[in-house]
Design a protein around this ligand. Structure first.
Ligand code: GLU
Length: 497
């Protein structure tokens, strides 16, 4: 394992093609954890050399996603750093210079094949036939000076084996004959990924390249390019990718929502997790746990705990199906472990977005009732929104909500009416005291607890589902609870008359 004092620098190098996808974050996260483990740096670099695919505003969305997840960045386009610019389209000179250097050194060559010629080679089912590989250097230079359109291609060895080490997969070997003379610089002067990332990873002193396994087939090409430059190579880790929940195919980037096996739509963009009410801690825990284990059978862990144990060598090389069901469970665990004030702070905007006016003192009283019940922050609206509606405007729910199973209007009216004086008489209106009184009451009238508790719950909350009845009534207080029960009784009587 790497010594801690070595200067570790990892990077996330997305193409700015729109909202941040969770698959990219998962790759970034492993690089981030590794950098943090070694007290190194984590860099954001924008790879926008495919200008057609670049989408405006992507960088802001990427940075916002990292902010929300609490993954701090040490250098990047939004904050600068010693190795900028951190956007590839602002570094074109550098790539052009190095591409020409490779040509001068005999490691690369200009290729003047026309689009028609290339189309013919493709049609014939062959790859590029290297027709300019041995083109005389003086003629090549002359044609370039005349402005003849060309690309620069790498001279891949025609035979032999390229060997490399992948931190996750161990030693890997590739047959050179299988590889093409890849384009390094396009005719418009833009580099390809193959050239640009190597020039940048070298210039930015990246120590570990952590990237998706899709790049493994190009690994031998990259190793050859590093050698052609004569630069000291970083270490490499090709990370497993997330598959769709059914295990088939890579977790789609373009299709932003799709149904899992239960027909539920599944979030894949970072902002979708945010709007679905997931805590960033839960999302980070969830992603860290796919393809890496904290150990000790511990599934819920803080990022600091993960940092203290993380090593790229422990990442499982197999791609994993996106275990989305796990996320709901983790989210509820994180909600339960949240500090109550912090949870209140997070629930407030959710309630406000649903049109509730939030009294913070009231919310702080409600939070302990919710903490063990919420699966998502958004559940607060359904479960506890009623606390935050104007109490003066409360009107009792319809009879079908008030009437419990096996009851009718008459019995429900009687149950509620009979409960009133008993609750009224309670000096101690704590949930325990209420529950004791109502349990005795139910027995005395030959009813099940559920019939009594359920009618009271519906009368006071106005809904079938709420936090526990007596806790809810405790928060409303005796006067407001009784007022609501009386309103329900009156409504039921009105309905009968
Ligand atoms: N821009 C590349 C991608 O998005 C970066 C791969 C890498 O990390 O080197 O796939």
């Amino acid at each position: 394992m790497l010594a801690r004092d070595q200067s570790v620098r990892t990077r996330y190098a997305p193409s700015p093609t729109g909202p941040q996808h969770i698959g990219g974050i998962r790759s970034a996260l492993f690089g981030w954890l590794f950098a943090r483990r070694h007290a190194g740096q984590f860099i954001l670099r924008i790879e926008d050399t495919d200008q057609k695919r670049s989408v405006r505003g992507s960088v802001e969305q990427i940075v916002d996603s990292f902010d929300w997840l609490g993954l701090d960045i040490d250098e990047g386009p939004h904050m600068g750093g010693d190795f900028g610019p951190y956007v590839q389209s602002q570094r074109l000179d550098l790539y052009q210079r190095w591409a020409n250097w490779l040509v001068d050194q005999g490691h690369a060559y200009r290729c003047f094949a026309t689009p028609q010629e290339l189309a013919e080679m493709r049609k014939a089912g062959r790859g590029y036939d290297r027709r300019y590989r041995d083109f005389p250097a003086d003629r090549s230079a002359e044609q370039a000076t005349q402005g003849l359109a060309h690309v620069i291609r790498f001279k891949m060895p025609l035979a032999g084996t390229t060997r490399g080490t992948d931190l996750i997969r161990g030693e890997v070997a590739f047959d050179n004959a299988q590889l093409q003379d890849a384009v390094l610089l396009k005719s418009d002067g833009f580099p390809t990924y193959h050239l640009a990332h190597i020039v940048d990873d070298h210039a930015m002193r990246i120590s570990h390249i952590t990237r998706a396994v899709e790049w493994l087939p190009s690994f031998p090409l990259h190793l050859q390019i590093w050698d052609a430059f004569g630069w000291e190579k970083p270490q490499f880790a090709h990370l497993p990718v997330l598959l769709n929940p059914n295990g088939k195919g890579k977790l789609s980037k373009r299709k932003q929502q799709f149904a899992d096996s239960q027909g539920k739509s599944v979030p894949v963009l970072v902002h979708e997790f945010q709007s679905a009410g997931y805590l960033p801690e839960a999302v980070v825990n969830f992603l860290t746990n796919i393809g890496w284990n904290f150990g000790d059978d511990q599934e819920v862990f803080k990022r600091e705990e993960a940092i203290s144990r993380f090593d790229l060598q422990d990442v499982n090389p197999a791609n994993s199906a996106y275990p989305i069901a796990k996320l709901d469970w983790l989210n509820s665990q994180w909600i339960q472990r949240s500090d109550a004030d912090e949870l209140a702070r997070r629930l407030k905007p959710v309630l406000e977005a649903a049109g509730c006016e939030v009294n913070v003192a009231l919310l702080q009283k409600v939070v302990p009732l919710l903490q063990v019940r919420l699966k998502s922050l958004n559940d607060v609206v359904r479960m506890a929104g009623f606390f935050f509606a104007d109490w003066n405007d409360f009107s009792p729910p319809p009879a079908d909500i008030l009437i419990q199973r096996k009851q009718d209007e008459a019995s429900t009216t009687a149950i509620l009416r009979g409960a009133l004086p008993l609750l009224e008489a309670l000096e101690d209106f704590s949930p325990t005291a209420q529950q004791a009184a109502m349990t005795t009451y139910a027995a005395s009238i030959g009813q099940k607890n559920g019939a009594v508790f359920g009618s009271l719950r519906a009368a006071v909350s106005g809904q079938k589902v709420s936090p526990p009845t007596f806790e809810t009534m405790g928060i409303f207080g005796k006067a407001e609870s009784l007022r609501r029960v009386k309103l329900a009784v009156a409504a039921l009587e009105d309905a009968r008359s």
